[in-house]
Ligand binder design. Structure first.
Ligand code: ADP
Ligand code: MG
Length: 141
């Protein structure tokens, strides 16, 4: 099990002034921030990041949403990080998310759901590499 995963604070999190609250939640859940930045995605970069969902009916809506404002990619470290972060953020749809999870507390709906989290060690490695160079990760160790 890898000890790193990628979170992205999504545009609804930024627009609703929840960046600080969500980061605080992640730190209180025992995650360490290894690297973090604020970036504005484009149709090309948001589309490439979510390429795995290309055939899904919500793909266009998802890409447009992710371009609304800047987003905050964060590399997080914890034992068994991928599974731990998925538990901390809760189900995709906040209506189905467990009490006390990030999405239950802050998400607007299934699409505008505040935070992305990698779903496997393999995807975490790809997604971390999508936003951060090796130097940025190592420099923050
Ligand atoms: P998760 O982010 O929980 O891993 P998915 O990988 O299934 O969920 O979907 C990626 C993202 O696409 C979701 O976080 C959400 O923003 C959006 N999404 C998923 N399903 C829907 C849907 N039915 N309608 C609108 N947006 C959706
Ligand atoms: Mg996913």
């Amino acid at each position: 099990m890898s000890n790193k995963t990628l979170a992205i604070l999504k545009p609804d999190c930024v627009q609703n002034n929840n960046i600080g609250k969500v980061i605080d939640h992640l730190l209180n859940a025992g995650f360490k921030i290894v690297a973090m930045k604020m970036v504005k995605l484009t149709k090309e970069t948001a589309g490439a990041f979510y390429e795995v969902h290309k055939e899904r009916p919500f793909y266009g809506e998802l890409v447009d949403f992710m371009m609304e404002t800047r987003v905050v990619p964060i590399v997080l470290e914890k034992e068994n990080a991928v599974v731990a972060l998925r538990e901390t953020i809760g189900a995709t749809d906040p209506a189905e998310a467990a009490d006390g999870t990030v999405r239950k507390l802050y998400a607007e709906n299934k699409g505008r759901n505040t935070i992305h989290a990698s779903d496997s060690d393999e995807n975490a490695a790809r997604e971390i590499g999508f936003f951060f160079s090796e130097t940025e990760i190592i420099a923050n160790k």
